[in-house]
Design a protein around this ligand. Structure first.
Ligand code: HEM
Length: 538
């Protein structure tokens, strides 16, 4: 009789029942051979040398030797959870993306929170930006909103990403510090590269040390272009607002937690879900008119170092995210998940923000190395919940057994099992046909030169206690620099934002205030002590 074709792993949908499960009653090798003993290697006598013949020893050790994959080049330390996104329907006026537009529509999600600079084993409560990456398994294909807990970024152009990360990661010689920005290379770079100032202010504020993932905001950072059912467009910024409110640690708590429980945030995440205290975040959008200039109230919407104040464009709620299930396996889910800013569906597009444009290249590129070749979309955590019918074939770690002889288009040979014909524009992803024109230059718009007005606005928005925390943070971190010249240069940057702040940090560092800044009335430690009753860390 003709042999039945081997069962193939579907490329889509839920896990096949046998996948991920250890079946059968007995311990076996990877080939299914029942084992009699896994505790003793095969030897020439009880005291004798081990035998090369021992296929079980070799398989067990070889597999173990290859258990690790490279950690992420950034955002290496993370924790994640499954959940559901429920749309309110209020976004229907601005987008045709069904998972956002249809009232009550529920979409499964996987969310990974992370720190940026530390290695996979570093502490959770360090002062750093936090990643807030959301994968929506929509019925139109996967959408990734790969955001952070800070609404702006250090650089305006992705070509500088290797520079900021090389400056922020541990020093190449001694690999210290592990996961804090308190060192010479970071402060050297950001004091020379003043477009980082706004992000640095958020980092040095209480936002840099969140209390919990439950109490952390998330931001899409870039401006996106939403497309409605009639082809109309709006420019938007995405915000995640935690239902539990925004709360931070104070620096002393963060330091103690980093020592006593380096898993402080991931433990909190897992324990909260186990206890049924699910994490909730409302997704909101700031909606701005689309225009040729792509500006709003004088703010350049292509500049990722700028926010749009909520007073000018209120955040309008469009849905609720609930995280309600812990991963079963850290490696299979949290390590192997692959986010990409280019995962979009009809109704959402990116803009020409030069930071976003570089990201569109970087994520797939890095994952080719990190996840070992081009077939990682087949990993269970990355599989879309929409049907997949592509002409991508073969390659390292291919697990599908494709049928048919004509993975190309056009063709006349594929028949029913071949690839689908080229999709009709109707229902498919069609880019908004915007005119793109310009001289080929390596240059930024002039508006990108404003580096200080928004940090000044941020500083002005802080309460007195928050200002003291920020001042303390700058003083502590700059106090860790070995190079005096770097501290002095950074004081000059602070003076461009707020003269009083620069003078107080200078006093805390025992340095003269930058020229033109007022002498502080009270040293920062004393001010903090007055409010908290405990001596400051300086
Ligand atoms: C990883 C956010 C800018 C390259 C990540 C992750 C987040 C994130 C949340 C972790 C993803 C995960 O949990 O697996 C952001 C934000 C940015 C930004 C909000 C700016 C607004 C950039 C830029 C580049 C870049 C400009 C490069 C040009 C990477 C790479 C990874 C990563 C290579 C590792 C991805 C992986 O190994 O899977 N980013 N990022 N990012 N980001 Fe970014």
């Amino acid at each position: 009789a003709a042999m039945e074709p081997a069962a193939t792993t579907p490329l889509t949908g839920a896990l096949a029942p046998e996948q991920g499960l250890q079946t059968g009653e007995y311990l076996t090798t990877a080939q299914g051979l029942r084992l009699s003993d896994t505790d003793h290697s095969l030897k020439a006598g009880p005291r004798g040398p081990s035998l090369l013949e021992d296929f079980h020893l070799r398989e067990k050790i070889t597999h173990f030797d290859h258990e690790r994959i490279p950690e992420r080049v950034v955002h290496a330390r993370g924790a994640a959870a499954h959940g559901v996104f429920r749309a309110y329907g209020s976004a229907a006026s601005v987008t045709k993306a069904r998972f956002l537009a249809e009232e009550g529509k529920e979409t499964p999600v996987f969310v990974r929170f992370s720190t940026v600079l530390g290695s996979r084993g570093s502490a959770d409560t360090v002062r750093d930006t936090r990643g807030f990456a959301v994968k929506f398994y929509t019925d139109q294909g996967n959408v990734d909103l790969v955001g952070n807990n800070i609404p702006v970024f250090f650089i305006q152009d992705g070509i500088k990403f290797p520079d900021i990360i090389h400056a922020g990661k541990p020093h190449p010689d001694r690999e210290i510090p592990q996961a804090q920005s308190a060192h010479d290379t970071f402060w050297d770079f950001v004091s020379l590269h003043t477009e980082a100032t706004h992000h640095v202010f958020w980092n040095m504020s209480d936002r840099g040390i969140p209390r919990s993932y439950r109490t952390m905001e998330g931001f899409g950072v870039h401006t996106f272009r939403l497309v409605d059912a009639d082809g109309g467009t709006h420019l938007v910024k995405f915000h995640w607002k935690p239902v539990a409110g925004v709360h931070s640690l104070v620096w002393e708590e963060a330091q103690i937690a980093a020592g006593v429980d380096p898993d402080f945030h991931r433990r909190d995440l897992a324990d909260a879900i186990d206890a049924g205290a699910f994490l909730e975040y409302e997704l909101g959008i700031q909606v701005m008119p689309d225009s040729a200039e792509e500006t709003f109230e004088g703010i350049d919407l292509l500049d990722p170092t700028k926010i749009v104040p909520e007073e000018l464009a209120p955040v309008q709620p469009i849905g609720l995210l609930t995280l309600n299930r812990n991963p079963d396996n850290y490696h299979a889910e949290v390590e192997q998940v692959a986010f990409h800013t280019g995962h979009l569906v009809p109704g959402i597009e990116v803009t020409n923000d030069p930071l976003m444009q570089a990201r569109l290249f970087s994520y797939l590129d890095t994952q080719l190395t990190r996840l070992g070749g081009p077939n990682f979309p087949q990993l269970p955590i990355n599989r879309p919940h929409a049907p997949v019918n592509d002409n991508l074939r073969d390659g390292m770690h291919q697990t599908a057994v494709h049928r048919g002889i004509a993975p190309y288009l056009p063709n006349s040979l594929a028949g029913a099992e071949g690839p689908a014909p080229a999709s009709a524009p109707e229902g498919g992803f069609v880019h908004v046909p915007r005119l793109v024109e310009g001289a080929k230059v390596r240059a930024n718009p002039v508006s990108f030169d404003d580096h200080f007005s928004q940090p000044a606005m941020f500083y002005a928005s802080l309460s007195e206690v928050e200002r003291i925390h920020l001042t303390e943070a700058f003083t502590f971190e700059l106090g860790k620099c070995y190079e005096q010249a770097i501290r002095e240069r950074m004081l000059g940057v602070l003076a461009n934002v707020d003269a009083g702040l620069a003078a107080r940090v200078a006093a805390g560092l025992g340095l003269p205030a930058p020229a033109g800044t007022p002498v502080p009335e009270v040293a920062v430690s004393a001010a903090l002590s007055q409010i908290t009753g405990v001596p400051g860390p300086i």
